[in-house]
Design a binder for this molecule. Sequence first.
Ligand code: CU
Length: 157
Amino acid sequence: MKPVLLFFSAALVVATLCFAADDEKADVAEITITAHKSELLYDIKEFTVKTGQEVKLTLVNPADSLNLQPHNLLIIEPGTLEDVGMAADAELTDPTFLSDRHAVPTSNYVLHHTKLLLPGESETIEFTAPTYADDYPFLCSYPGHWAVMNGVMVVEE
Ligand SMILES: [Cu+2]
């Protein structure tokens, strides 16, 4: 092969690889959820992803003089909000529940979770969306928060 042809072939390969990388990036759902600075709320109540899609989810607990609350975010199995929330409330009797366990209750319903974030902290978790389309609740499992601080990850085909 002549040197010029070789150069063009190499350039074509590089260009193809770049397009492939772009496609993969476009397929990742990037979601940011911010806790309210003084109320037990997230700024969004619902977001939608596709079955099996890669998800990059960032939880922000804003630094604010009004904000004294730690928060986390759990994604759980459909229809289990009360089970998981009440399990979290009950586990407050464990002195390590907040310090070491990030307020995440022991439950098979918990699919993914962040750490317990202090004001001014944020965390990004990456996971693959479930393969079954359904409504997957998300919640803050800091005891007492879950009943109001929750939302839904809609997973659709
Ligand atoms: Cu909270």
